[in-house]
Structure formats: C-alpha cells, structure tokens
Design a binder for this molecule. Structure first.
Ligand code: ADP
Length: 475
C-alpha cells in the first residue's frame, strides 16, 4: 500500500462513505456550548440528536405542566410518553424542518442536520408555547377531562413562549451556525486523518529501513568478526615458517653452513631483511586483530617513565644516526609511575619515534618528552552527563615531536586507520604498512588514554599521548 493509496482510501471514507457521524465531526462539548448559548439568547429548550438517535447536547428542563400531569394523571402521563416518542419519530422531510404539536398546546420544532447531502442528526427546539394559546386547549381536556384547569393553566403558562415563526428563524440560524462548525470540523478531521495516514506510512517506511539497516549492521559485524578471526589465524600460521626462514638465513649469513661468495651473502642478507619486514607486518596484523577482538592481554605493572624514554632513545639511536637526525629527550623530574603494560607502552613510544624519524629529513630533530598532567575522569556510575561530579586524575603526557614533513589537518584522523598512509603512491620514499598508528591508537585506548596530533612550529608533527596513571574503570 502506497501513501497515495492510503490517502485515497481515507479520502473516500471521509467524503463518500456513510460511516461519518455527527459525533466524529464535532466534539460533544462544542455542541453543548453552542446549544447553551442559543438557549441563553432565545430561551427556547434545545436538544441535539445524532442520526442514530443518541442525545448529544441537551439544554432543556422538564416543563412544570408535564411534571404536574405525569404525577397526577395516569392518562396524561401515557400521552406525554407518546409525545416524547413522537417527537423522536418526526421526519423533517425534504424541507428539513417539521413541527410537532403536543396535546398540551406546546409545540416542538424539529430540524434536520445535514452535511454534504448526508443526514447527520436532528435539532429539537421546544417545547414552547405559541402566544396564540390563551386557554387550556381542548386537546388536553380530551385526554384528561378531570384536570384542575386553573392550576394547569398557571403551570402551562410558565412554559417558554415564542412565535412559531420566530422559532423557525432561530432554527435557521442554528443550522447556519452548525453548518460552519461541521465544515471546519470536517476539514480538521480530513486534515488530521491524512496527516495520520502519511505519518503512519512514513513510520512504517522508517521501521522497514531500520530493520534493513540493523540486518546490514549485524552482517557487517559478523563479517568483521570473521575477518579478525581469519587475520589472527593466518598471521599466527605464517609466523612459524617465517621464523625458520629468518633463523636459517641468519645462520647462512653467519657462515655456519660454510663459506659463501659475496653475492650469495648479499642474497641471503636480503632474504633475512625481507623476512624481518614480513614478520613485523604479520606481528602488526596479529596485534591488530587481537586488539579488535579484545583478546590482547595487557600485563600491567608499575612503569617508570624516565627509564622507558631512555630505553626508546637508546633503541632508535643507531637508526637516527644513520639518517642524520638528532634525537633528544625531556623528562620532568619526579613523575608519577604509570600502571601500564611496559611492553605495549614501549611499542607505542617506539612506533611514534620510528615514524618521526622516518618522516624527518637529515639534520632534523626528534624529541621525546614527558610531563605530569591530569585528566577528567567520570565516576564509574556516571552516565556521562554531570560534569560537576567528574574528578581530576593524575596522568602523564608523552610527546613525540619532529621537524619533518608534518601531517595536513584533513589527514590527522585518517592516519589512525589501518593501512592508511598519507601518500601511498609508488613514489613514496619511506616504507611502512600503515598499520603502526592504528595499533598505537588502540593500545593507548586500551590504557584508557588518548592520542592526538598537533602541528610543530615551523614544521613537523607532534603526537601527544595522555595516559591516566591509574585505570579509570576497574577491571
Ligand atoms: P606506516 O607504516 O606507513 O608508518 P603508520 O600507521 O605508522 O604507518 O602511519 C600512517 C601514516 O601516517 C604514514 O604512512 C605517514 O603518512 C603518516 N605519518 C605518521 N607519522 C608521521 C610523522 N611523524 N610525520 C609525518 N607523517 C606521519
């Protein structure tokens, strides 16, 4: 079913169908209000019935004469019941209005309520007494000959008096007002039904799309899990033979299996070098898949930052010297210790420093610095909203800054994606896999830390890692 179809159907129902009733078009309270104000203006009792005969609005009181007759005269009581039923039966006919005369001399005026050629209900004005009635009428005496004429007359004349012509005019006026009310009621109903139909339709649409999205999401998640599993298995299986290749090529290069020509030695050295590269890549993949699946175990202990930085500086110095890049370190005194996995932390710092060296031309400088800072931590039960409840926690800020080519703003987030390289063209001078930073980021986050990139002045990049000294969450 399309929106158009729904709309058409609703329109059909609302314009042609016979299901529409007066109560649906106008609220009872509105009808009552209108009846009340007409009664106040003209003093004539008024009731409004639906087509099905349900009393929707009523501003009438039992006339005193009716009460008196019903209480004291059995026949008159029966006749009055007949009047009530008779008034209900009156068919306003094609003219839309008809009068009903009560044996007491009172008159009812019945008017049809129509809308769009459809009968919706009836207005009953009365009972009222036309001014022409000056005595107890013969009709009453015929029904109840023994009535106390003087008393009855006094009571009868308490009834609201109006000329029939006046009541007809009031009725016309009422119909006009009702027409207006019905028109706007119908319009409102039509609009809201159409609105409802289209809202319902778009809701259904959305639900359907939502379902499809969820399905796609689940599929992707499953695929991602399979990919991680596959990566983990494959890299694990590749590592074992690769270690042999590296080991044996190393032994060959050392001449354990006999002397080799210099060309053979060159070849074997290349095999060894490429083997090491491959091993690094595979270890990276393995780390990443473990980090993705959350199975990488962190072995935390107290880590002294100064020793860690010194170790990294020492490790990279040979490479730095080869590239002609100066490596410096700046570690503040008396830094608090970190509760972290020392191997993983070293991996983070080493990776960042390696990158800095890779992208810094000769005569540049790479600086590793560490200082104390603090981070906001939310209490464990905090849902993320109440900033006032957050507390500060001691943290360490590690910076690896270089004077190299720097990282453009639009690449600052992307470099943390797996396999992403700023310039991955074949003309690229430095090697690499594009895995390093994605692993670094996950390792930092595994320590509840954050990593971001700043620009160095006048050129170069600064990688800033902030690590809380203790875990924010207990686990
Ligand atoms: P790669 O193995 O290519 O170094 P990384 O994930 O470590 O992979 O880095 C991704 C990319 O980010 C690099 O290829 C490089 O383009 C850019 N990058 C990383 N560190 C630096 C840096 N210090 N200066 C400039 N660019 C950098």
């Amino acid at each position: 079913v399309t929106v158009a179809e729904v709309r058409e159907r609703t329109l059909d129902e609302l314009t042609l169908g016979s299901s529409l009733s007066l109560e649906e078009l106008v609220e009872r309270s509105a009808l009552n209000e209108m009846a009340k104000s007409f009664h106040q203006l003209f003093g004539v009792p008024l009731r409004i019935f639906s087509d099905a005969g349900v009393l929707l609005a009523d501003v009438s009181v039992q006339p005193a004469i009716y009460e008196y007759l019903a209480e004291n005269h059995r026949r008159a009581k029966a006749a009055l019941q007949e009047v009530v039923a008779g008034v209900k039966r009156v068919d306003p006919g094609p003219k839309g209005e008809a009068a009903y005369n009560c044996f007491t001399g009172a008159v009812y005026h019945v008017v049809a309520i129509q809308y769009d050629g459809r009968k919706l209900g009836r207005l009953v004005l009365g009972p009222f007494l036309p001014p022409t009635v000056k005595e107890i009428p013969q009709t009453l005496l015929a029904v109840e000959p023994e009535v106390d004429v003087a008393a009855a007359k006094e009571l009868l004349f308490r009834m609201p008096r109006a000329r029939e012509e006046t009541v007809r005019q009031i009725a016309r006026h009422l119909r006009g007002t009702l027409d207006l009310i019905l028109f706007s009621g119908h319009k409102a109903l039509l609009t809201s039904s159409m609105h409802l139909a289209s809202v319902r339709e778009s809701f259904r649409d959305l639900q359907e799309k939502n379902g499809k999205l969820q399905e796609a999401y689940d599929k992707l998640k499953e695929l991602d899990r399979l990919k991680s599993n596959f990566l983990a298995t494959v890299s694990h299986e590749l590592r074992t033979p690769l270690t042999s290749i590296i080991g044996y090529s190393e032994m060959l290069a050392e001449g354990i299996a006999g002397d080799m020509t210099s060309e053979q030695k060159d070849f074997v050295r290349t095999i060894h070098e490429k083997g090491e590269q491959l091993l690094e890549l595979i270890s990276g993949l393995l780390d990443l898949s473990k980090l993705e699946s959350g199975t990488l175990a962190m072995r935390r202990s107290e880590v002294a930052i100064d020793a860690l930085v010194a170790d990294v500086v020492q490790t990279v110095s040979p490479t730095a010297r080869k590239r002609g890049v100066h490596v410096a370190s700046q570690v503040d005194d008396a830094l608090p210790r970190l509760w972290a996995d020392p191997t993983r932390l070293r991996q983070v710092l080493l990776n960042l420093t390696d990158n800095a060296l890779k992208f810094t031309p000769p005569n540049g400088t790479v600086t590793i610095s560490a200082r104390a800072t603090s981070v906001d931590v939310a209490p464990p039960d905090d849902e993320g909203g109440v900033v006032l409840l957050r507390s500060k926690q001691a943290a360490i800020e590690l910076r690896v800054s270089d004077t190299g080519i720097g990282i453009p703003d639009e690449e600052k987030l992307k470099v943390f994606d797996a396999f992403y390289q700023v310039d991955s063209s074949s003309t690229r001078q430095v090697g690499g896999t594009g895995l390093g930073l994605s692993i670094v980021k996950r390792l930092v986050e595994g320590h509840d830390g954050r990593i971001m990139i700043q620009d160095n002045k006048p050129s170069g990049a600064i990688f800033v890692v902030t690590l809380p000294c203790r875990r924010a969450t207990l686990s």
